[in-house]
Structure formats: structure tokens, C-alpha cells
Design a binder for this molecule. Structure first.
Ligand code: NAD
Length: 353
């Protein structure tokens, strides 16, 4: 029997509810594929601040670094909103990503046929969308220095080194090679020097991938094109802040932010998490959609553990669950046979493995 050590960070808000469902599904995959998952839980975010006055205790980072992969829910909440920046839950997550050197964030946006009607966009616009946002995750304006809030003035710095751009571009081109061989690099090169370097470097890297078509788009246009005609995109390559915003926008093509998974890779250990936050407005109510987290566990099987068959089982079980008409509240407007709680839909997905 194969064994993997999974560091589990449930976090705050809906985090514990959705991670529990992902574990339920992983355990079923384990039984079916003769795999044992050894889970060890760690604190991060607001709950870690409450216990240790630190949103990322050293023990959590060390545990994550020692594991085969990290499964994470979400962090944050009203309670911690007024803490100093370095004590806020979000700073724990930024430090974890950085500590894992998880510079490449993959955010696939694939539309489940059953949910075409759930999108706020027309069915003919979203049907068949299959794109991947490759977002740089450990650089750019979220990490750049100097940064300060002086009360009468505040500033941040958007900075990228050539090396940082080269390594994320390489990831995007390699992924595109296995897909429809198109990379659209998104920047703001008409205004920002950092985007000019981004564009020049991406063009240089593209020379090593002659079979992949490279196009460029300004971020304002890209945000418009994503809604106008999302099917034109295969791989979208972009920096940290633009990728953060565009992938939330792209999530609505799918019908709900509760559906989209992500993988963050680059260092020795991958981090797998839904793209949404801790949804404090619905925390503890059993209303959260766990599909994004379950799907992130599927990405973990595929990208970190090489368990492609297990990943496929998860994809198929989610598709069958939706096809049978089971929905959580966020996607219940169309085609729902039964509106389920977080744990009910998790159990149905597990039973469909
Ligand atoms: P959010 O993603 O938590 O919620 C936005 C909206 O989407 C809310 O109405 C919420 O109820 C809904 N939603 C989110 N996930 C859902 C799910 N699985 N099922 C059903 N509905 C879902 O974003 P926000 O409200 O801007 O932020 C809330 C907190 O989360 C903040 O503290 C923020 O800093 C934090 N946050 C954390 C992460 C992370 O942990 N990776 C990411 C973004 C925001």
C-alpha cells in the first residue's frame, strides 16, 4: 500500500467544513486505489493568531515543508480585520506560499456541462470553456518593498526580476504544450515598466517553445475579453495581482467561486486550495460548496503525488453528482434535484467514487 503524508491546514470560516469533505473523498479514493493518506493538521490564519499571536507558526511551515503535499481550506474573517498587516491571517498565507517557494499558481477554469445555465453569462458563451490561469504567486506588488502606510500617504511596490518572470513563463509554456498550445500573456506594458520587462522576458522564453502560439493582452482588455469570449483562451500567463483578480472573474464563468480549485507549485512541496476565501458570511451554516476544495485534492493527486487515476475518479464523481442534480445553494438556481448541505454533497461525491 502506498502512503502519503498530507499536511492539512483547515484555516478559518468555512475552511474546516470544506476540507473535511475533501478528506472524506480522498479517503474513499484511498480505499479504492489502495493508498493510505496520513493527515497531520496545522494551524494557520486567524485561528493560529488566536493561539500563538502568529498567523503562520513555525511548526506549520516546518510541517508543510516535511509533507508530500499541503491541503488547505481558507483563512480570514471579520474578527481579525483590524490587526496590523503582519498579524493578519492573509499575511500567514503569503508567508506560507513564499516559504514553500510556491511561485506557480495554476487555476483551471473548466465548465461542467450541467452548470452552463448557472453562469450569469449566456450558455453559448460559456459552454466548452477550458482555460488555465497561470499566476505568479510569490512576487509582484503583494511582496514588493518598500511598502508602507504613513496615514497621509501609502505605497506599495510592484517588482519582478527577470528570473522570476522566466520561471513562471516556462511553467505556462510547458502547460500549454500539453493543452491547445496557446499562451496569452497579460500585463499592463503600456503603462508599467515592470510589465515591459514582463513582456520582453516572456517573448524571450517563448523562443524555446516554437510550437506554442504567444499573444499579449493588456489586463484591462483581458478582463473584458474573459467575459466577452472566454473560449478564445487556453493558458493565461500573468503576474500576482492581475492573476488574483482575473481568476476570481473567471470563476463566475463557471457559475460559482465555490467550484474552482488551484495548485501552487514550484518548490519541493505543492499547496492545494480552493480559489475562494473563508466566506465568513456563510461559515458554520453548512452552506459552503466543497467542490473547489475536493477538486483541489484531485489536483494534489495529479500534480504532487502522481496518482492520475485517483484524480480522474474525483473528477468523474463530481461530474456525476452534478449530472444527477445534486447542488449546494450557490449553484442551485438551475437543474437542482436536491439542494444539499456541505457534508451531504461531500458524501454523495464520495459515494460516487
Ligand atoms: P470569499 O471568497 O470568502 O467570499 C466571496 C463570496 O463568495 C461570499 O459571498 C461567499 O459566501 C461566497 N463563497 C466563497 N466561497 C464559497 C463556497 N465555497 N461556497 C459558496 N459560496 C462561497 O471572499 P471575501 O468575502 O472577499 O473574503 C472573506 C475573507 O476571506 C477575508 O478575510 C479575505 O481576506 C479572506 N480570503 C482568503 C483567501 C484564502 O484563504 N486563500 C482568499 C480570498 C479571501
Amino acid at each position: 500500500m502506498k502512503q502519503y503524508n498530507i499536511a492539512v491546514i483547515k484555516g478559518d470560516g468555512i475552511g474546516p467544513e470544506i476540507v473535511d469533505e475533501a478528506i472524506k473523498v480522498l479517503n474513499t479514493v484511498g480505499k479504492k486505489r489502495n493508498i493510505q493518506f496520513n493527515y497531520k493538521e496545522y494551524l494557520m490564519g486567524g485561528c493560529a493568531y488566536d493561539k500563538y499571536a502568529d498567523p503562520l507558526p513555525q511548526e506549520t511551515l516546518d510541517g508543510a515543508l516535511k509533507s508530500d503535499a499541503v491541503l488547505f481550506g481558507a483563512i480570514g474573517g471579520y474578527k481579525w480585520d483590524n490587526l496590523p498587516r503582519d498579524k493578519r491571517p492573509e499575511s500567514g498565507l503569503l508567508r506560507l506560499r513564499s516559504g514553500l517557494d510556491a511561485f506557480a499558481n495554476l487555476r483551471p477554469v473548466k465548465i461542467y456541462d450541467e452548470l452552463c445555465e448557472a453562469s450569469t453569462l449566456k450558455k453559448e458563451v460559456v459552454e466548452g470553456v477550458d482555460l488555465m490561469v497561470v499566476r505568479e504567486l510569490t512576487g509582484g506588488i503583494y511582496f514588493g518593498k518598500p511598502r508602507e502606510n504613513l496615514k497621509d500617504k501609502a505605497y506599495n511596490t510592484m517588482v519582478y526580476t527577470k528570473k522570476e518572470i522566466q520561471r513562471i513563463a516556462k511553467v505556462a509554456f510547458e502547460i500549454a504544450q500539453k493543452r491547445r498550445k496557446k499562451v496569452c500573456s497579460v500585463d499592463k506594458a503600456n503603462v508599467l515598466e515592470v510589465s515591459q520587462l514582463w513582456r520582453e522576458t516572456v517573448i524571450e522564453v517563448s523562443k524555446n517553445y516554437p510550437e506554442v502560439e504567444l499573444t499579449h493582452m493588456y489586463v484591462d482588455n483581458a478582463s473584458m475579453q474573459l467575459i466577452r469570449d472566454p473560449k478564445q483562451f487556453d493558458v493565461i500567463l500573468t503576474g500576482n495581482i492581475f492573476g488574483d483578480i482575473l481568476s476570481d472573474e473567471a470563476s463566475m464563468i463557471s457559475g460559482s467561486i465555490g467550484l474552482l480549485p488551484s495548485a501552487s507549485m514550484g518548490g519541493s512541496v505543492g499547496l492545494y486550495e480552493p480559489i475562494h476565501g473563508s466566506a465568513p458570511d456563510i461559515a458554520g451554516l453548512g452552506k459552503a460548496n466543497p467542490i473547489a476544495t475536493i477538486s483541489s485534492a484531485g489536483m494534489m493527486l495529479k500534480y504532487s503525488l502522481g496518482e492520475n487515476e485517483g484524480a480522474k475518479l474525483i473528477d468523474e464523481a463530481i461530474t456525476k453528482t452534478l449530472a444527477d442534480g445534486y447542488r449546494t445553494g450557490d449553484i442551485s438556481k438551475y437543474g437542482a434535484k436536491k439542494v444539499c448541505s456541505t457534508s451531504e454533497i461531500g458524501t454523495i461525491i464520495a459515494n460516487n467514487i
